[in-house]
Write a protein that binds this ligand. Structure first.
Ligand SMILES: Nc1ncnc2c1ncn2[C@@H]1O[C@H](COP(=O)(O)OP(=O)(O)OP(=O)(O)O)[C@@H](O)[C@H]1O
Length: 722
């Protein structure tokens, strides 16, 4: 392994006493286990990406992280290949290092092999240009926190000041784009005895009709998703060959007990969910309702034709009637049969198609389109089936918040994914925990102490069984591109779910890529605290909270722009802007009037509202410190007005003073833990910048200091446990 030059600036010892678990497992064995699992994860789970990269000369950066990260071992620093490189930090009488002010910097080679994946041993050569200065990592990180991003194309311009005033996007471009979407129409079989699912066990005559039903599938133009499922013609012939036998085998007893499939639409254009329904040319068997949203319903379905076992058997005519068939499951979003939702679904399809074309292997954590079709006036979008949403996982967990290592791993995936979308000119606009799905729900469960269980709500107690759950693999995917827009197409005046809505949207300034960055920051804080950062439902409280969390008022420059835009009627603004936003600002002082007073100087803002804002939120550094103390102890206190060195010195001196008076154990302090959270808060602060033109971009965020730090917690110890 090539190790670059090393410069000492700052270094502390890892305090192994403070490692999570408390179950007597030594830090070294935890690390060893974790590293072995990490290595195996990279070998197996990410092999596809590496194989894909072979023969790909994209020249993307890969850091070799099959080798262990830095581990502090007593007074020695152990470098990446476990070589003791230096003794530092002699302890003082109090048991603390004197050498606290050293930062250990090394030049780390950056290897080039795969577009996205770290940990490859198949790296090519390094050159001096490819060296990158990086902070040493003293604690492990999950592989997902090390994923790199290689820009695929020149990103569209980031929104500037002038654009902000005029951003509305081109409606005609949206309509023209949507017009080009030609959907394969699948005729609905009727009556029901054409349905092999339910007739196969009933009459041979009905069985034979299945093939004619397959023939009723017509192509009328561009079939989206065919690159992903390029076996379509295969599948068709397969259906002709063997649909009755296959369906009989698949459905088995269900077929005998189920009455008749009856795909119905209600008056609002929603598909009426019925377990056991069959649709899409006898192709999809409805098994479960996964979710219902504004745009339609998402169903878990058996995709008979997509089953490779069946396909293989059909091809070789080796159908074994006793073999157990593992049907392939898919998620099908059945869009409401209403014109405006159909139109929106066409934009969603164009976005999904752009993602698929640029990332056919799904390396950028976006939902992958398999195919789509039009059935009984419902556009149906077939995608990979994923696990529960991060939101649902949190709701069903005894402790809603995720461990820091998982937050970091998810953050990296989320930001990287959004970076990819932005480079394609796509703005997601609706990032929230509900739209972040887990790829693997396997988790390790730990019983919570009774005193904690007692404080839980009845719902949480029941859902969690009084246990805290830790995922064994925090891999995620972003879904729901139903509100996504291309940067130069029509921009609705109001976007995003309220809690994740950026200030430029609320203030009617116009919005672009930066709004996604704001939403991600809201999501990250929620993952850390287990609670929504903005539990509000209306504009005034929302704006008051934004100011409180950022610890500063809206910059006068953007307030001025808001008034200017409204006065000159530039761009399209929310219809209630005047009554719910503008009227709460002082036009001369360019500031928000909150709490509001009447002319006599009495408060007119309701006490309840003041309480909500003042008690449920705080400046972000204080807010995060309070929430994470539950895991790390009272000493952890982040102050973003201080440099990390000064902040840490303050924590230490406070702890030493406290020790003198009430026996607080200074040894509980852990500098790596502090730094990890300090830099997390720093990243969030930059993502919460009020002015979208100054907000950190997704690409810049990927290079933030926080992603070079590790933390040893339950997220690490549970990684890859099964
Ligand atoms: N591929 C998938 N695998 C598993 N579950 C999914 C999948 N796609 C969607 N879901 C579930 O269905 C829910 C609704 O999906 P989606 O957000 O795409 O629909 P929507 O109509 O746009 O919803 P909303 O109006 O809330 O934005 C999701 O929150 C998720 O729980």
């Amino acid at each position: 392994m090539s190790v670059g030059t090393q410069t000492r600036r700052k270094r502390t010892r890892t305090n192994t006493n403070n490692m999570v678990g408390g179950d007597g497992i030594g830090a070294e064995s935890i690390l060893e286990g974790m590293l072995a699992r990490q290595s195996s994860f990279l070998q197996h789970n990410l092999r596809d990406g590496l194989n894909f990269a072979e023969g790909n000369d994209s020249g993307a950066a890969v850091v070799n992280h099959n080798e262990p990260p830095f581990i502090d071992n007593e007074n020695a620093i152990v470098d990446l290949d476990h070589t003791k490189v230096e003794r530092i930090g002699e302890e003082d009488d109090e048991g603390h290092e004197e050498d606290d002010d050293l930062i250990f910097i090394k030049e780390q080679p950056v290897y080039f092999a795969s577009p996205t994946i770290l940990g490859s041993k198949n790296y090519t050569s390094t050159t001096s240009k490819k060296f990158k200065k990086q902070r040493t990592i003293s604690l492990p990180q999950l592989p997902h926190a090390k994923l790199l991003y290689q820009a695929m194309r020149e990103a569209p311009r980031v929104q500037n000041n002038d654009e902000l005033l005029h951003l509305t996007g081109s409606t005609s471009k949206t309509l023209d784009g949507n017009r080009k979407v030609n959907l394969r129409v699948i005729q609905s079989p009727s009556p029901m005895d054409h349905d092999p699912f339910y007739s196969s066990s009933v009459s041979p005559k009905a069985n034979s009709s299945a093939s004619s039903d397959s023939d009723s599938m017509m192509d009328s133009g561009l079939n989206y998703g065919q690159t992903a499922s390029n076996t379509t013609s295969h599948k068709r012939s397969l259906r002709r060959l063997s649909a009755p036998r296959l369906t009989a085998k698949l459905v088995g007893k269900k077929a005998k007990t189920k009455k008749r499939s009856n795909f119905k639409t209600d008056k609002d254009g929603h598909y009426v969910y019925q377990q056991g329904d069959v649709f899409g040319g006898n192709r999809f068997l409805v098994e479960q309702l996964l979710g219902q949203g504004t745009f339609g319903k998402v169903l878990k379905c058996y995709d008979i034709a997509g089953d490779t076992t069946i396909e293989a058997e059909a091809q070789t005519h080796t159908w074994n009637s006793t073999a157990s068939v593992q049907p392939k499951y898919v998620a099908v979003k059945v869009i409401r049969a209403i014109d405006r939702y159909r139109e929106a679904a066409k934009t969603e399809l164009r976005v999904l198609q752009a993602i698929l074309e640029n990332d056919p292997h799904g390396q950028y954590q976006c939902l992958i389109l398999q195919e789509c079709f039009d059935y009984k006036n419902h556009i149906c979008i077939v995608t990979d089936l994923l696990g529960r949403s991060v939101y649902d996982f949190m709701c069903a967990n005894g402790v809603a918040r995720f461990p820091g290592s998982h937050v970091q791993a998810m953050a990296k995936q989320l930001i990287r994914s959004v970076c990819f979308l932005h480079d394609l000119g796509i703005i997601h606009t609706d990032l929230k925990p509900e739209n972040v799905l887990l790829c693997d729900e396997t988790c390790v469960e730990k019983n919570l102490p009774l005193d904690i269980v007692r404080t839980m709500s009845a719902r949480r107690k029941e859902a969690s069984g009084g246990k805290r759950k830790f995922l064994t693999n925090p891999e995620i995917k972003i879904i729901d591109f139903g509100s996504a827009v291309f940067h130069n197409e029509y921009h609705p005046p109001v976007i995003s779910t309220r809690h994740y809505r950026a200030p430029e949207i609320v203030l009617g300034l116009g919005w672009s890529f930066p709004c996604d960055v704001w939403s991600i920051a809201c999501v990250l804080v929620e993952l850390v605290t287990g609670e929504s950062l903005y539990p509000i439902h209306e504009n005034l409280e929302h704006m008051a909270m934004m100011q409180r969390i950022n610890g500063e008022p809206f910059p006068p420059k953007i307030v001025e722009k808001m008034f200017y835009k409204a006065t000159h009627k530039l761009g399209n603004s929310p219809s209630d802007l005047s009554s719910t936003v503008l009227k709460h600002f002082d036009k001369n002082a360019l500031s928000l009037q909150w709490p509001e007073k009447n002319k006599k100087g009495d408060y007119i803002t309701k006490e309840k509202s003041i309480k909500r804002v003042m008690s449920s939120c705080d400046r972000l550094d204080i807010h995060i410190s309070k929430k994470i103390r539950a895991d790390y102890g009272e000493w952890l206190s982040i102050n973003w007005n201080l440099t990390p060195e000064k902040n840490w010195a303050l924590i230490r001196s406070k702890a030493l003073n406290e020790k003198k008076y009430n026996g607080m154990v200074a040894g509980d302090l852990n500098k790596e833990t502090f730094l990890f959270w300090y830099w997390f808060v720093d990243l969030c602060r930059k993502m919460f910048e009020f002015d979208p033109t100054k907000r950190i971009t997704a690409k810049e965020a990927l290079d933030h200091e926080w992603f070079s730090l590790g933390i040893l917690d339950e997220g690490i110890t549970c990684f890859g446990k099964f």
